[in-house]
Design a protein around this ligand. Structure first.
Ligand code: SF4
Ligand code: FES
Length: 257
């Protein structure tokens, strides 16, 4: 294996496109917060040499393992599945493990900060309890009325297709924490909870749709959505979040789902 060499940004970015391994120097500007040290968050710059084909998560690991072990962030799978490393990178909600350095203009400092609308506990870690409470409130599980099956609950491919998009959610909170309604008033259920309600409301095997619709008919439910599309833009799974919210609104009006 060849040893990576340190290059000018433009050469290294060209090399990254061709698949070769070269290092560039980048500045990671991270918003740090530690309530035991200060009541205020502050931005700290870290310079590191990295292959532009690596991800922001790799850069954060480099900072933590080689520069400052106190840096705190969540991650688990490192492959876009667990949803634990949603953060604001260059002002946009993304998964750090799915964001390549070469794709986010490494010529300038790369800003990394926690997602908005949830209380910051330390550095990039936020309190996810309100987010998961909203998820629990919409009853994200199959509800049936006492007809114990003797075999699998069958469903046609067309009926399965009806909610296919919303099955892809990984509960990363990128959508909910990009929603201005949620920023202003943390009481709103938020896009992720509605997406997960949608996944069961439109499942032909489920019998809890009416209950879920009533929950979302609340003053803090779907009607708070202002259709800004921030959620759809933020979703790393490509889920049409705004469309799912609109479908739930329509189901509430027509009671057809
Ligand atoms: S809908 Fe998309 S952005 Fe929202 S929690 Fe699910 S995967 Fe994350
Ligand atoms: S670490 Fe699991 S989604 Fe990024």
């Amino acid at each position: 294996m060849s040893t990576p060499t340190l290059e000018k940004h433009s050469d290294a970015l060209d090399a990254a496109e061709s698949g070769a391994s070269h290092l560039i120097t980048v500045t990671l500007r991270i918003r740090r917060f530690n309530s035991e040290v200060s009541d205020e968050a502050n931005w700290i710059d870290y310079q590191l040499d990295i292959d532009p084909k690596e991800r922001v998560l790799d850069a954060l690991h480099k900072v933590k393992w080689e520069i400052d072990g106190t840096l705190t962030f969540r991650r688990s799978c490192a492959h876009g599945i667990c949803g634990s490393d949603a953060m604001r990178i260059n002002g946009r909600n993304r998964l750090a493990c799915k964001t390549l350095i070469k794709d986010i203009n490494p010529e300038k400092p790369i800003t990394v900060e926690p997602i908005k609308g949830l209380t910051v506990l330390k550095d990039l870690v936020v309190d996810m309890d309100p987010f998961f409470q909203a998820y629990r409130d919409v009853m994200p599980f199959l509800i049936t009325k006492g007809n114990e099956p003797t075999r699998e609950r069958l469903q046609s491919p067309e009926d399965r297709e009806r909610f296919d998009d919303t099955t892809k959610c990984i509960l990363c909170a990128a959508c909910t924490s990009s929603c201005p309604v949620f920023w202003n008033d943390g009481q709103y259920f938020g896009p992720a909870a509605i997406v997960n309600a949608h996944r069961f409301i439109f499942d032909s095997r489920d019998e809890g749709g009416e209950q879920r619709l009533e929950i979302l008919n609340d003053k803090d439910g779907v009607w708070r959505c202002r259709t800004t599309f921030n959620c759809t833009d933020a979703c790393p799974r490509g889920i049409e979040v705004t469309k799912a919210i609109q479908e739930v609104k329509r189901a509430l009006i027509t009671r057809r789902f």
